[in-house]
Design a protein around this ligand. Sequence first.
Ligand code: KG4
Ligand code: ZN
Length: 336
Amino acid sequence: EREFLTLGIESSCDDSAVAVLRGQRDVAAELLSSQVESHAPYGGVIPEFAARMHLEAFLPLTEEVLRRAAVREPAKEIGLIAVTAGPGLMGSLLVGVMAAKALSLAWNVPLVAVNHLEGHMFANVVSFPELAPPFLCMIVSGGHTEIVLAEDFGRYVFLGGTRDDAAGEAYDKVAKVLGLPYPGGPAVDRLAASGNPGAFDFPVPMRGSSAGIVFSFSGLKTAAVTEIGRLRAEGKTVPVEDICASFQRAVVDSLVGKLALAVKRTGVKTVALSGGVAANSALRAALKEQRGWNVFLPPVNRCTDNAVMIAAAGCSAYLRGVRTPIDFAPDPSWEL
Ligand code: KG4
Ligand code: ZN
């Protein structure tokens, strides 16, 4: 008998992604259509464009993924459809959710609505069979900066998040002001490697344990942008590498500091990372240095939005008995 197949669908932001997962970890096929080049001229995701591009992408993507997974009769072979139902952009979520509902009805296959953040956590579960709850997961992307305690699969405690900008959002803004291509995180990361992190004394947001597990990147972003503006106004050359390195040091100090606080408060030393900023070289290096922690850093293509993590989270929920009725609605601000 063939192993259980889950069709995963992700459309919460600007990536249209479809995957077929065999069992809980084996990727039969996956495809992702990124819209990043279409949004790049605007320096950020334009929600209306995103929804329209998802609409164009999903049918061909799904057909091709099924073909690559050698699924000939999906009604017989697919056991479950898992779809991201929030948080995310409403127009984008709707496209994936409507596709999932249509396929569920057409094939008479059960449906599980997946929380995008639980999906990000499952990037680790898929990548590391040895990872078991309880563990902490820090999700850092263009839309999220949060620390979650997974007490068990399906039992999550939100420990803290950002009061304003997400870390990736701050990276993208600073990069934009420096004239770097969107999304700017990777470029800032690269330039920071040859800069002096002590060149500028940018504030480390919410420093210290008294502030609690809370992030804030808007002040840091403004400090960097203001400094760049001041240098330009004075006719000086902007030391791009030093700005990047100093900004990155403040971001990484903040992320690692709050993670350390979460470890201290929960006593849980198993720490997993997810989201686009998890690709950051300084953050990865800093986490590997933490003594006594058991750190999980998934490959970058699992950290960024993808459908494999959604299929994995959905399959796990399904095995725990979760079923989602067909009349559910996506929730742009769905909390874990
Ligand atoms: O998870 P993701 O692909 O999409 C969402 O935001 O949901 O994350 C994208 C974010 C962008 O802000 C991008 O600049 C940032 O992740 N990013 C990085 C790096 N690679 C991607 N930020 C810092 N360093 C990187 N190496
Ligand atoms: Zn995401």
